[in-house]
Design a protein around this ligand. Structure first.
Ligand SMILES: Cc1cn([C@H]2C[C@H](O)[C@@H](COP(=O)(O)OP(=O)(O)OP(=O)(O)O)O2)c(=O)[nH]c1=O
Length: 234
């Protein structure tokens, strides 16, 4: 269970912008990911949940890198929810794994999960999470991307079979859940563990603390502001 993992302890929390004047915007998590809600709640944030529509998460662009992609999708998910609310600080995120040039999102089915795990097995790889905070009240947003480097031990036939049978790969980028406590998966160095699970909690606190200084004003209120320049994007 995720709540038993060390990554759920001592998660940093920052005050929301506007707290100093007693008038913070309500925090809205633009995500249907139970992991993201668990992380935010464990850190002590109060928030409501309004997942972005599926159409916000569209398109893999052939020349887009993993960090570019997660930044674009986090922005699109935030924009999708912002369009439906009158007030609120929206938080959206997108997570992918990246290994030897391949970007790994959520597997479509068991075969796809197996393909991803065979690629990752015995290799170091990166998990990128893009995050976007968007203030509806101020029409300002900030986007950032955090990378965590991991190593997956070489999986035996039995380990691969057991993991696929467990269905723990479902809905998880790269077909694994770091929070599921598999001893064949380790974070390298001091990189963020919560980032792997869907939210870089340390960076979120920094982004909130500096939101007023760093956030950019929305000039064109569309989902296109952080689109890739690649014309093959869908
Ligand atoms: C790598 C990894 C990913 N994940 C999850 C986090 C995300 O839920 C998911 C990546 O998919 P995302 O598209 O980032 O998120 P989502 O579709 O689950 O939710 P939403 O778009 O509504 O925010 O993979 C884990 O839970 N553990 C892991 O170790």
């Amino acid at each position: 269970m995720m709540s038993e993992l060390p990554l759920m302890n001592d998660l940093p929390r920052a005050e929301l912008p506007g707290s100093q004047t007693g008038n913070p915007e309500p925090l809205i998590l633009a995500s249907g990911s139970p992991r993201r809600a668990q992380l935010l709640a464990a850190a002590g944030y109060e928030f409501s949940v309004q997942p972005a529509s599926d159409s916000a998460e569209c398109g893999i662009c052939s020349r887009e890198t993993a960090p570019e992609m997660v930044a674009r999708l986090a922005y699109r998910k935030a924009a999708d929810v912002v369009a439906r609310i009158d007030d609120g600080l929206v938080l959206a995120a997108d997570t992918v794994a990246s290994c030897v040039g391949s970007i790994l999102g959520k597997p479509h089915d068991r075969d796809h999960a197996e393909e991803m795990l065979r690629l990752l097995s015995g290799r170091e790889h990166d998990v990128y999470t893009g995050v976007c905070f968007w203030s509806r009240r101020d029409e300002k947003f900030v986007v950032d991307v955090v990378r965590t480097r991991l190593r997956m031990a070489e999986l035996s036939k039995e380990q691969l079979h057991e993991h696929l049978e467990s269905l723990q790969w479902e809905g998880k980028a790269g077909a694994f859940g770091y929070q599921d406590g598999n001893d064949w998966l380790t974070v390298i160095g001091n990189d963020s563990e919560s980032n792997v699970v869907g939210l870089p909690m340390e960076r979120l606190a920094e982004l909130l603390e500096n939101f007023n200084q760093n956030a950019e004003k929305i000039t064109t209120p569309t989902t296109d502001s952080i689109e890739s320049s690649d014309s093959s994007c869908s």
